[in-house]
Design a protein around this ligand. Structure first.
Ligand SMILES: [Zn+2]
Length: 107
């Protein structure tokens, strides 16, 4: 599994010695996606393309305190609450999601 930027670096390095046709034989997507990855810094492949290339995909996230979460924000991992909701803990002690146990800010 690659971060998008790591995959971009890898494919740019490969492009130094390979043509797009050769890259397209190696990767299960068409040349256009490979060209976009190599040449366009702000190109974000769709989730379907990410899955094919083993790139970490975008996932929908719900902010619970009303502040926006910028695209590309990094997280370590999600955890599951006993209610079944996935959440990203704000502290290692948190065992319940933000619906079951409201975030009250720093104490
Ligand atoms: Zn919960």
């Amino acid at each position: 599994m690659y971060e998008l930027s790591a995959f971009r670096d890898k494919i740019r390095a490969e492009k130094d010695t390979a043509t797009y046709d050769e890259l397209a034989e190696k990767y299960p997507v068409n040349r256009w996606h490979l060209w976009m990855l190599v040449t366009q810094d702000d190109y974000r492949p769709t989730n379907e393309i990410c899955d094919k290339l083993d790139i970490v995909r975008d996932v929908p996230v719900t902010p619970v305190n009303g502040r926006p979460i910028p695209a590309g924000a990094q997280v370590l991992m999600a955890q599951f609450c006993e209610c079944g909701r996935a959440f990203i803990p704000n502290t290692p002690k948190r065992k319940k999601c933000f619906i079951c146990s409201k975030y009250r800010g720093k104490k």
